[in-house]
Design a protein around this ligand. Sequence first.
Ligand SMILES: *[C@@H]1O[C@H](CO)[C@@H](O)[C@H](O)[C@H]1NC(C)=O
Ligand SMILES: *[C@@H]1O[C@H](CO)[C@@H](O)[C@H](O)[C@H]1NC(C)=O
Ligand SMILES: *[C@@H]1O[C@H](CO)[C@@H](O)[C@H](O)[C@H]1NC(C)=O
Length: 725
Amino acid sequence: APSPLAPGLLAPGLLAPGLLVLLVFAKEDSQNNGFCWACEKANFRCNVARTPEAALECFKEKHHDLVIIDHRHSRYFDAESLCREVLLIHFYLNGFVDLFGVCCCRPDREEASVMPLIKSGFNRRYVENANMMACYNELLQLERGEVLAQFKLRACNAIFTALEQSQEAIEITNEDQVIQYVNPAYESIMGYQQGELIGKEITEVPKSEKNKPDLLETINSCIRKGKEWQGIYYAKKKNGDSVQQNVKITPVIGQGGKHKDRRKGSLDVRSTTSRGSDGSSQRRHSSMARIHSMTIEAPITKVINIINAAQESSPMPVAEALDRVLEILRTTELYSPQLGTKEEDPHTNDLVGGLMTDGLRRLSGNEYIFAPHLPSHLAMPLSLNDIPPHVAQTMENEDSWDFDIFNLETACLKRPLTYLGLKIFSRFGVCEFLSCPEATLRSWLQGIEANYHSTNSYHNSSHAADVLHATAYFLCKERVKQSLEQIDEVAALIAATVHDVDHPGRTNSFLCNAGSELAILYNDTAVLESHHAALAFQITTRDDKCNIFRNMERNEYRTLRQAIIDMVLATEMTKHFEHVNKFVNSINKPLAALEENGSVKGILTSPDNRILVKRMLIKCADISNPCRPLELCIEWAGRISEEYFAQTDEEKRQSLPVVMPVFDRNTCSIPKSQISFIDYFITDMFDAWDAFADLPNLMQHLDNNFKYWKGLDERKLHSLRPPPE
Ligand SMILES: *[C@@H]1O[C@H](CO)[C@@H](O)[C@H](O)[C@H]1NC(C)=O
Ligand SMILES: *[C@@H]1O[C@H](CO)[C@@H](O)[C@H](O)[C@H]1NC(C)=O
Ligand SMILES: *[C@@H]1O[C@H](CO)[C@@H](O)[C@H](O)[C@H]1NC(C)=O
């Protein structure tokens, strides 16, 4: 029989009042009295017998749990034969030996062998000591130790008796799926004799073909997880007949942590339970217990708890799928695809390392110094009406995707953001919404633009103007208009304008590695994006002349500010996959499910989803270069590469870690880096955005541009353009 099946039945506290002790002492002496006092103190009932005859008589009647026999004076009686007789009676009464006998011996026999005593059936020697505390301690130790074990065995016996009498067929295996026991009901239902089955692995017993092939695997994986399985199972009788049975399988986790299968009904399970998986499933349970016990519930904890609860009542395949879900949910990097080892493309790795991670390590003493860009030409008046005709001309088609921002850049002497901003903001009625004079907007745009570094080859105000252009374009798409309100549009336009203000032309990882002031200020976390958002509001509010929010109602301002900050922070690339995946799951998928119906308004306008739309919108606008017409796409690719090259140059100069080694001006393949960027960041995101906003022209350009870079790469060219013929 396996170890105690039901230790829970035997709560030790329940034992004490019931323990019954027989003392066999020929004369009342201090030792005898010591045990009497001890029994009283321990709250045990106690009988005293003076002769072997009286002892046997009393024992037959009361059936004591513990017998203490005086062995010190052989002239009164033979303790060893008395012990044997007591055991014999006990055996006849109970069918098995579980009595606990203690003999009391003189100190001078301490050196003698205990063997004769053990042979007589004593299981413990107590050396004469009449001190009451010593007697009491002995009784307590006996009760907590061996007597308790005897009780467990008795309970075990009772349980086996119940199993024998049960009408239901029961089978027990050990953790290696070797059959340990079947009950008589099992024998009569299945037609086997115990002897034919015990000691066999259950794989050796023939199985019915009527079960679904994957049923055993399902059952096994359930048991491996320590869960009960219940369901319909076809068992094969010895005579070959299949019988349909309602079966329940329960893993028994013993104190050693091993599983045992106890079966009701008759069942065969093929594979064995591996100990390794036992261990891990227990670890998982304990970590689950920790999550359950957290007092402050994060949303993810609530989700995990809901899934746990749902698992309880789910059929096995669902419960298993939910197990996998839980595994994934417990990891922290929920939205970042893991770069597998097979994805060894250095361009992708560098882009991911350079754009999606913060510092590798911080070096002290290598401060990155910002060139301070104070808004210096606020004084120069500029109005929509003052826009010179040749500049206005370059903006005529600014509502088209194919608008060429570089024409504007050339025409307006490094002020593309101010000019394009004035035009676009007036098209969207931003001044009216903000109740702000056009002059304030003008000053504001100039102040913001002045804080873009024109020395950056990519992150200068031309990029900001480009993102503003894309944002305005997306805002005009039907679906986007259905989803957003005017305050969202205004927030999006402002966020696009400020989203890279004071960008130093270096990546977050560079700033962290260099231990820049900003990285220290922002704890290496979303360093640039935090700075862009914070600085934008500083520039705006520190001077009434350019405070476009000045006339706003307080609550509306707070809402607008919140939305702007959220969008600027969303441009941080470490959260790229999180934003894209949330968008797909909360918006694309529900919309696709409702397609025929047309009742999409609820999905589009819920506050949570509006936030996701805005984030996706600014992210797509921010990195839409690969979806622009080929010539524009090539120009942007040249600029970003140059900015990264400059960073690598500086890293080398300052002995900083080189975050993106592929962007080395001597070796870099620009086509390869563009291909990787498109593959890793762009394709999925624009698929999702196109599915929402309907942007066939962008997708066409993307396709085109990708082919262009592929073509160069196939010719092993590293440059932006093919060499002249
Ligand atoms: C942005 O950088 C490019 C060089 O890559 C430069 O030609 C252009 O004038 C800059 N734009 C602004 C507004 O500073
Ligand atoms: C940076 O970390 C410190 C210490 O945890 C914290 O007090 C501070 O608020 C953090 N700063 C930012 C900008 O998160
Ligand atoms: C269409 O929408 C209505 C509610 O607007 C809903 O009751 C119905 O089930 C939907 N039909 C489909 C096919 O989704």
